[in-house]
Design a protein around this ligand. Structure first.
Ligand code: ASP
Length: 324
């Protein structure tokens, strides 16, 4: 049935948009996660999905579609039916930076999706395996310079948050080491603990639990201020690497064409989830900063994403990042 015939048929049944949204959701909602299970994006999806599921009285099913720093997942979301039963989570890397790096994409990371809600943001931590003989960031930089050919760093692929973090860190500190791409920084940090790789710059939400457990060592946080979740870790500026500040914000999107009433319903569920003190406590303990309900609104989030694209595009162009 053509789209117009379908809407006419729908109108004839009396199921206009408000009624549709009232009935929604009548079955589980799939949430596409662009990285492997266990990493920061996956953890955010699971925390949000569990709480939003309670809000909407339906289950959220996590679909980890990793690969190519999230571009495969975003493409899958763009092509999904715009009916509210498939949504996607992403971040600054997947839904802004990749649009500037992957020039061959058949979709536009900004224009071809409907923003649902902005989600929390967290800075990154510069962390190494416990085998790296450095106690401060200055010692680490000296070690990296002296051992450039022996050190490997983990990322979630070209354009991922951990890749952006590593690029900035290398630029500011004049260091360089081999970057190894993983399907997400969940698996990468396990290899860091095992010293298969030596360094990562990854979201605090992934690194902090392992820092607290003494399994990896943290040197600096890529934020202008220390994180209340880890007040002992100096900022990059304090530790001698000003200019390496970056925070990875997250968000939820639907395929373009998803009815506004459904996007609004999902937005309200996300706002309710982040209003829950238990959810807030969990996220803040991982170093996440929570957006306000006004910042989470679909239109405000869409404008924010667009502004972020305008801000990052020249930086990416100048860095001349190549996809290997
Ligand atoms: N934190 C990762 C990144 O570098 C992705 C992930 O595994 O969530 O973008």
């Amino acid at each position: 049935m053509k789209r117009r015939q379908f809407s006419l048929a729908l109108a004839a049944t009396g199921l206009a948009a408000p009624a549709l949204a009232q009935a929604y959701p009548t079955k589980p909602i799939s949430i596409i996660v662009p990285f492997a299970a266990g990493g920061p994006t996956d953890v955010m999806a699971r925390i949000m999905g569990e709480r939003m599921g309670r809000e909407l009285a339906q289950q959220f099913i996590i679909d980890n579609t990793a690969g190519a720093a999230g571009t495969i997942a975003v493409g899958k979301l763009v092509r999904a039916a715009p009916d509210g039963y498939t949504i996607g989570i992403g971040h600054l890397g997947t839904n802004v930076v990749n649009g500037a790096i992957y020039r061959q994409l058949t979709f536009n990371v900004v224009d071809d999706l409907a923003p649902i809600a902005r989600l929390p943001s967290n800075p990154m931590l510069v962390v190494t395996s416990n085998q790296v003989p450095a106690n401060t960031l200055a010692e680490l930089i000296a070690y990296l310079k002296a051992n450039a050919d022996k050190v490997s760093g983990g990322t979630a692929g070209v354009g991922s948050g951990s890749h952006i973090g590593a690029l900035l860190f290398n630029k500011v500190t004049g260091t360089k080491y081999q970057l190894v791409p993983y399907r997400g920084t969940g698996p990468a940090i396990q290899d860091l603990i095992a010293n298969q790789i030596q360094i990562m710059v990854d979201q605090s939400s992934n690194a902090l639990p392992h820092v607290r457990a003494g399994k990896v060592r943290a040197y600096a946080v890529t934020a202008p201020r220390r994180s209340p979740a880890a007040p002992d870790i100096p900022t990059v500026a304090e530790a001698g690497a000003p200019g390496a500040e970056v925070a990875i914000w997250h968000g939820l999107w639907a395929p373009k064409g998803t009815p506004a009433a459904i996007v609004d319903r999902l937005n309200r569920a996300a706002v309710a989830a982040l209003g829950d003190p238990e959810v807030r406590r969990k996220l803040e303990d991982l170093g996440q900063e929570l957006p306000t309900p006004a910042e989470m609104a679909p239109a405000a989030f869409g404008a924010f994403q667009r502004a972020q694209f305008a801000q990052w595009k020249p930086i990416i162009d100048e860095a001349n990042v190549k996809v290997e």
